[in-house]
Structure formats: structure tokens, C-alpha cells
Design a protein around this ligand. Structure first.
Ligand code: ASP
Length: 433
């Protein structure tokens, strides 16, 4: 029998996880059974993906940069990457603001519902706020200062320090370009081989993906709060999802116009990474698979993916910025505030910056949302309003974050002549080996 393609396997795993959990919650002992015996497998799956994130960035970025041969190529690609990342993020925030101003989801919230929501999630919202307060205390140049680690082993020992690892890898790569060819050769060879091993590990981990997402979704279902509250937030969620869908349309259009790769081909190539982003809510955890899909299935040269994608996973979060814009205006509407045009323009700037500062892990966008709210003068207690639906929306925005990184890498590749025919024509071949 022909083996099912990976994206179908993952989809079936997700669906089975949801159905299984819905059945289990009917039993008294069901939820505990899922937390004790199913959830750990989901955690193991996510951990195994995170496990290879740092070695992957180190290996692929050092190899990628050193392959560039000269520094001018690096700065050319770097400039384009950052430029396109900023443009797509601003487009995303603008779409979010457009949708939320037209649909006005906050207007449908009654006083009673608002009080109920704020009461229910006050504790959670306070915890998020105190995390965000720490970020706010930082000086204006803190982010720049944080970019340079004082110890590479310390930086690499914490998955939250990806930018520092990226900095080191680029710096090391630059060093490799600048030393004589014969001295650089063995080091490059080592990283070549190292890279191959990591890519193989990703293949192996992906074999477990259908089971991993089964466990993740089952755990999510038994832990989610009451369905009643979800109803009040349906309109808000609708706006976020509508905005995210429009943004996906923008990517498909951009990719099609700039690279002539059809939307169908892009989606087919990316779907395992997108499904994984959906299940893990983490662009960092999805990064290994994003890199593999973009390289092998969409034909972007490794030189480009190894540079553009790790940076994108950490700083380019279009889904997150769009969500922050919608959430901020929704909360303002719910509290009966009218946001002026200048306040909304302010949101474009802060949501763009806040999404850059969001870590590529579940829930990070919500922490940074506090900064957007504070800047626009919107009550931070409003966080409690949106808490109940944050996780499903996090799953959706992570899909857009990952798709955005992939499409930008394709445009950058095209612009530097590094887009080629994909290696794997039948796009599941490498998992069947
Ligand atoms: N979970 C998102 C990501 O990893 C970040 C966020 O919006 O919370 O891309």
C-alpha cells in the first residue's frame, strides 16, 4: 500500500488527538489519564525539536555564511532580508487594523461578559503583566546590548537566546571567509558534515510527528477553559483568523509574482511545517522543518535558507504583529475607548517592534502585547478578556509567522539568483527512506 503523505499523517494525528480527548473528557478519570500518560509524549516531541534548534542554527548559519565567499554578498543578502521582513510586518499590522476597525468585534461585548472574563482570568493576566513589566524597564539600547553574548556556551545553553547564537554564528562565519582558503577548508568540511547529521535527525523526528501532534492536541483539549466564554470571543477570534488568512493570501501573491511559484506548490511544500507550527505554537520548534521544506521542496538554496530562516524565526513574526494590532483595538473597543488615527499609527510601530521582540515560543506574543497596550494607553486588564482564546490563536498566528519566513526566503533567493528546481520532486520521498 502506498504510504500516506506526511501532511495527511499529521492531520490525522491532530484530528485523532482532538477526538480522543473529547471522548476522554466524558470519563471521570479521562483528563488525568491524558495529562499523565499522553501529554508527556507531546512534550518529548517538542523537546526533541527544540533540542536540535541550537546545533541547527550554529551548523547551518556558519556553513551558510562561509559559503558566501565574500562579505559584500553577506551584506547584500542581509539588507534585503531585513528590508523585506519589515515591509511584510507593516503590511500584516495594517491588515489587522483594517479588519478590526471594519468588523468591530469589541462592540459585541456586553458589560456583564466583560466583568466575567476579567474576573476569570485576572490571575493569568497579572502574571503576564509582571513578565512584561520586566521588559519595559529595559533601556532603549537593551535589545542591541543583548545581541552580543559574553559567553557562547552560556548563550547556546538557553533556547531563549537564539539571537545571540545567530550573532555568534554569523561572526564565526565572517571569520571563516576572511582566513586563507586552505585553513578554512577543514573547518567548513566539519560544519558540512555536522549539518548533514542534523538534517537527518530532523527526518527521524518527523517520523514521530503524527504521534507527537496527537499527544499535543489531546492535552490541549483537556486543559482548555469552558466553552461558554469562547462564544463571547468568537468575533474577536474571527477577526484574527480573517486577518491571518488575508496575510497568507498576500504571501501567496508575493511568492507568485516574484518567483512564479504557484500558491498550490508553495502550500504543498510548506504544509508539514505549517501543521507543525499549528500544533507546537512555536516558530523556533518548527524551524528545522521549515528549513528542510523550503530547501528541498521549494528549491531555495541552502546559502539563503541558512541565513534568512533562523533570523526570520526570531524576528519576523507577521502573524504575531497582526494579532497584537487586532487584540489591542479589540480591547479598546471592549472598554468603550475610541482610538484616534495617531494612536492606531502608533500601534503599527509598536506592534512591529513588539513582534520582533517576541520569542518564538508559545504565548510570547501575548506577553509583548502588554507593551503595545501600554503605549496606546489601553487598559492592561484587557489582557484577561482575550486570555481564553489565546492558545488557539497562537497556533494560527504561528502558522503565518512560519509561512512569512518561508516566503521571504523565496523572494530573497530569487533576488540573489539562488532559487532552483527543488531536489525532492515527490515531496514526501525523504521521509520514506
Ligand atoms: N508562538 C508564536 C511563535 O512562536 C509567537 C507568539 O505570537 O506568541 O511564532
Amino acid at each position: 500500500m502506498r504510504k500516506l503523505e506526511l501532511h495527511w499523517q499529521i492531520l490525522i494525528g491532530m484530528l485523532a488527538g482532538v477526538l480522543f480527548a473529547l471522548a476522554m473528557v466524558q470519563l471521570d478519570w479521562g483528563p488525568k489519564f491524558i495529562s499523565d500518560w499522553i501529554k508527556p509524549f507531546g512534550n518529548i516531541f517538542i523537546n526533541s525539536l527544540k533540542l536540535i534548534a541550537v546545533p541547527l542554527i550554529l551548523g547551518s548559519l556558519i556553513k551558510g555564511v562561509s559559503d558566501l565567499k565574500d562579505i559584500s554578498k553577506l551584506s547584500q543578502m542581509g539588507g534585503r532580508t531585513i528590508g523585506i521582513y519589515i515591509v511584510t510586518t507593516v503590511i500584516a499590522v495594517t491588515i489587522g487594523l483594517g479588519v478590526v476597525n471594519i468588523v468591530k468585534p469589541g462592540a459585541s461585548i456586553t458589560e456583564a461578559t466583560r466583568i466575567e472574563l476579567v474576573d476569570n482570568y485576572k490571575g493569568d493576566a497579572d502574571a503576564i503583566k509582571s513578565k512584561a513589566d520586566k521588559q519595559k524597564e529595559a533601556g532603549p539600547l537593551q535589545a542591541l546590548e543583548d545581541l552580543v553574548p559574553s559567553n557562547i556556551f552560556a548563550a547556546a545553553s538557553d533556547n531563549g537566546n537564539m539571537l545571540q547564537v545567530i550573532f555568534f554564528a554569523i561572526f564565526f562565519g565572517v571569520g571563516l571567509i576572511l582566513i586563507p582558503e586552505e585553513k578554512a577548508a577543514p573547518v567548513k568540511k566539519f560544519f558540512d558534515g555536522f549539518n548533514e547529521v542534523i538534517l537527518k535527525l530532523i527526518d527521524l523526528i518527523m517520523l514521530a510527528a503524527p504521534y507527537g501532534v496527537f499527544a499535543l492536541l489531546a492535552a490541549l483539549i483537556v486543559e482548555s477553559p469552558s466553552l461558554d466564554l469562547f462564544k463571547a470571543l468568537a468575533w474577536y477570534a474571527f477577526c484574527v483568523v480573517l486577518g491571518l488568512s488575508l496575510m497568507l493570501g498576500v504571501y501567496l501573491l508575493l511568492v507568485w509574482v516574484f518567483t512564479k511559484i504557484s500558491p498550490n506548490k508553495f502550500m504543498k511544500g510548506m504544509s508539514p511545517a505549517q501543521l507543525l507550527a499549528f500544533s507546537t505554537s512555536s516558530s523556533a520548534a518548527t524551524l528545522p522543518v521549515t528549513m528542510e521544506r523550503v530547501e528541498e521542496h521549494l528549491g531555495v538554496d541552502e546559502e539563503v535558507t541558512s541565513f534568512v530562516l533562523p533570523i526570520g524565526a526570531t524576528i519576523n513574526m507577521d502573524g504575531t504583529s497582526l494579532y497584537q494590532a487586532v487584540a489591542a483595538v479589540f480591547i479598546a473597543q471592549a472598554f468603550g475607548m475610541d482610538l484616534s488615527l495617531s494612536a492606531q499609527l502608533g500601534i503599527i510601530v509598536t506592534a512591529t517592534l513588539a513582534s520582533v521582540g517576541s520569542a518564538a515560543v508559545p504565548g510570547a506574543g501575548m506577553v509583548m502585547l502588554v507593551i503595545v497596550l501600554a503605549q496606546a494607553g489601553i487598559p492592561e486588564a484587557g489582557l484577561a478578556l482575550i486570555f481564553a482564546v489565546d492558545r488557539p490563536l497562537d497556533m494560527c498566528r504561528t502558522v503565518i509567522n512560519v509561512s512569512g519566513d518561508a516566503s521571504v526566503s523565496m523572494m530573497v533567493a530569487k533576488s540573489v539568483g539562488k532559487l532552483r528546481e527543488p531536489k525532492v520532486k515527490n515531496w514526501d520521498d525523504n521521509y520514506k527512506k
